[in-house]
Design a binder for this molecule. Sequence first.
Ligand code: ATP
Length: 198
Amino acid sequence: MADFIVGLTGGIGSGKTAVSDRFAKLGIAVIDADIAARVVVAPGRPALVEIAARFGDKVLLQDGSLNRARLREIVFAEPSERLWLESVTHPRIRDEIIDGLSRAESPYAILVSPLLMETDQHQLCQRVLLVDVPENVQLERASARDGVSREQIEAIMAAQTSRDARRAKADDIIVNDRDLAWLDSEVARLHQLYLSCR
Ligand code: ATP
């Protein structure tokens, strides 16, 4: 297990991937909670068996993989089902993350997660790094990247934790409102800090 873990979080389109890619280039192991969340519901995994048993074959695609859009609709309409789904997936996502962290061999490791603060994942971390960005920039970048409407991005932003609440819980903040060269220099600065923190 990496003995110093930095949790990296931020809202949709804030630049988590842009930042974690830069840490990876510096040789730092990056464990991605989004990937862990996909792995635990892959065909053959117990969580997918439980989900299919509860909601039926309608939540499966022809190839037996999870129909995420369908499942999202169901749990969006029914908060108690969402809680059930989280009770099935969250402990397994956490185990998958711990597995990744235990194999990390770099001087410290990064756990990148959009739900770091909202789940118990932050408890795995010694430090929390927030990628913070003004809402207008976030809206611009996320809609350009995903090719979805500004209204859809706005709805997702409204459902996510507020900037102020995230900032209050962060140890370090990168304000990602400049160019990518700025991001390089901010990551280099924090890399030195984390090397000295261990
Ligand atoms: P999500 O949670 O939605 O997956 P994210 O937080 O991982 O998003 P990124 O995908 O890293 O965000 O960034 C969103 C978009 O903004 C990407 O297209 C990325 O290339 C771009 N971007 C990030 N930072 C900058 C920057 N400083 N300058 C210009 N473009 C940027």
